[in-house]
Write a protein that binds this ligand. Structure first.
Ligand code: SAH
Length: 570
């Protein structure tokens, strides 16, 4: 039960929003003096949300405190609803999570504030990896935070977030150990184990097989092989059994999805124990082994061959087999936006903190270095060397790591995503995070130049013949498209921009608005609104984009506006 304590009208209104959103989970305490309201809520509830200043809350709570294990988690929300502060019981009392939930619900820019060590220092708590964890979690976490040595025993390279350098330190004796494995193992007093999602259990079932029979067989098979059920990532079977209630219920009880595959696909898998029965029934000589291997993907290893359930009183109705996936590394291709921190998306931030390796041009890495977790391996390199950066990022992911390949703006726009994905195979997971590209950052500064159809053209003829670029600019000119030039001019490339503008001028008035934006949203930001006839190329360099309007683009009150195309009055 969450107690909601409010003393003002604004507090009551906000409390009511939480009460409406969480029916049955909350109880209101707005009657009588706030001191007694807090005391009653503290005694009755597992968690409190107090719409009070933190100072007031601290004074009211202080006499009530009993101890970390017993006290409820407390979140304070200020009068304006700007902050949800986890005041007490961040981890144990769940106040950190509650603060996030409250902030989410109140919306309108309400920020959760969390000050407990793992979250604030940027060290991932063991539970934040998102994998099941067992054993002495508190002891290991505390040692991680205190900077003490922690031995790391991973049975493969898993795409974990960066861990601080004293975790996995070599040559130092310690009894604090963190295992990363799907194997069952006896844990000593100061040891914990993270369970990677490494196992897939293939299952076959006759119609009507019971969930208990399926689940019992699966757990027995894992136990016999010394494997933990908490590392099971999925159950897998043939399409024909997709709706089999016993399989669905077993998957549900394990908390994993049931994945299914066509019989023809399973029939093509080379398995140790094919048999005639499933061939006749569903069209593949193997269900359990073939589905386990297929779901586990390339490089999978069959750990437990097909076995049958063994009910005492009737024929077996279920089969299972267990495969281990080869660990898959993860490549996040992350656009950092044009520069300003508030144009970096929350998703980009999450990916940067999810990574243990960050690859990028040194100036971009410098832009986000403070956001990386301690222990993140940074592979920064200078200008050029694009192909090499792409290769490095993919190789690190292939080795099993969680890699973030970063680039300015959007990483897919004239940037690293294409060389990286040209290099990447199906053996790694790839996640793309879009970023605010220079054309958009510049457009927002100029006004609304992209209100109708538009294109981007890079004037760099380093990798593209100039004839090709010319042809595209001519086509854009003829089609009356708004054009944004990237890489418009460098010390070595001076004639390209005037030539491109001359091509546009054949189809547009000399007075056509042109926006020149240098260092959009970065220090040295400069915005110039001029015209096709008056543009001085000297105002343009490699830090600049140039946006040329179409025949309807106008300057209005100093802003560049391209009409949507309807109801336009001249
Ligand atoms: N991936 C980047 C573009 C890389 S190409 C993006 O999506 O923005 C490099 C060119 O982008 C530069 O020569 C310049 O023309 C443009 N550019 C990148 N950032 C810029 C910024 N903040 N302001 C103006 N132009 C920028």
């Amino acid at each position: 039960m969450i107690g909601l304590v409010a003393a003002t009208a604004a507090g009551s209104a906000a409390a009511q929003r939480l009460a409406d959103a969480w029916p049955g989970r909350t109880r209101r305490y707005d009657e009588g003096p706030v001191r007694t309201a807090v005391a009653r809520a503290f005694a009755d509830c597992d968690q409190l949300v107090c719409f009070l200043a933190t100072g007031a809350a601290v004074r009211l709570l202080a006499p009530l405190l009993r101890g970390k294990a017993a006290d409820p988690g407390v979140v304070c929300v200020d009068e304006a609803g700007r902050f949800a502060v986890a005041l007490l019981g961040g981890h144990g009392g769940g106040a950190n999570d509650l603060a996030a939930e409250v902030a989410d619900l109140l919306g309108d820019g309400c920020t959760p504030v969390v000050t407990t060590a793992t979250d604030a220092v940027g060290i991932p708590g063991l539970d934040s990896v998102g994998w099941p964890v067992e054993g002495a979690v508190a002891a290991v976490t505390r040692t991680v935070l205190d900077g003490g040595p922690v031995a790391l025993r991973a049975d493969a390279t898993w795409p974990l977030p960066a861990l601080p350098p004293h975790v996995g330190v070599r040559g130092v004796a310690t009894d604090v150990r963190l295992y990363v494995t799907d194997r069952r193992l006896p844990l000593a007093a100061r040891e914990a184990v993270l369970r990677p999602p490494s196992l897939v259990v293939g299952v076959g079932a006759s119609r009507g097989a019971g969930a208990d029979e399926v689940l019992g067989l699966v757990l027995d098979a894992l136990d016999g092989a010394g494997l933990s059920p908490r590392s099971v990532a999925a159950l897998a079977t043939v399409d024909a059994k997709a709706g089999e209630p016993g399989l669905l219920a077993a998957a549900d009880r394990l908390g994993v999805p049931l994945r299914t595959f066509p019989a023809a696909e399973l029939a093509a898998v080379d398995v140790p124990t094919p048999s005639a029965a499933p061939l006749a029934a569903v069209g593949t000589p193997s269900v359990a082994e073939a589905a386990a291997l297929t779901a586990a993907g390339p490089g999978a290893e069959l750990l437990v061959r097909k076995r049958k359930s063994a009910p005492a009183d009737r024929p077996a109705m279920a089969t299972c087999a267990v495969a281990r996936r080869r660990p898959r590394g993860r490549l996040a291709v992350v656009g950092l936006g044009p520069g300003a921190r508030d144009l970096l998306t929350p998703r980009a931030r999450t990916e940067l903190r999810r990574a243990s390796v960050v690859v990028g041009l040194d100036q971009y890495v410098a832009q986000i270095r403070d956001l990386l977790r301690p222990g993140t391996r940074v592979l920064a390199s200078g200008l050029g060397a694009e192909e090499e950066r792409a290769r490095t990022a993919v190789a690190e992911a292939r080795a099993g790591h969680a890699v973030a390949l970063v680039g300015s703006g959007d990483a897919g726009v004239y940037a690293m995503a294409s060389p990286a994905l040209a290099e990447a195979g199906a053996d790694i997971d790839v996640a793309g995070v879009p970023g605010v590209t220079a054309a958009l950052a510049a457009a927002a500064l100029l006004g609304a130049p992209l209100g109708h159809d538009h294109v981007s053209v890079s004037l760099s003829d380093l990798h593209t013949p100039w004839e090709v670029i010319e042809r595209r600019v001519r086509a854009a000119a003829e089609a009356d498209l708004v054009v944004t030039f990237y890489n418009p001019r460098s010390r070595a490339r001076r004639r390209q921009l005037p030539e491109a503008l001359a091509l546009l001028a054949k189809h547009r008035e000399p007075g056509t608005p042109v926006g020149v934006v240098r260092n959009a949203s970065r220090p040295g930001e400069h915005v110039l609104l001029t015209t096709l006839a008056e543009l001085d190329p000297e105002t343009v360099d490699m830090m600049t984009v140039v946006t040329v309007g179409n025949s309807a683009t106008r300057e209005i009150a100093g802003r560049m506006v391209t009409p949507r195309g309807y109801r336009w009055q001249t």
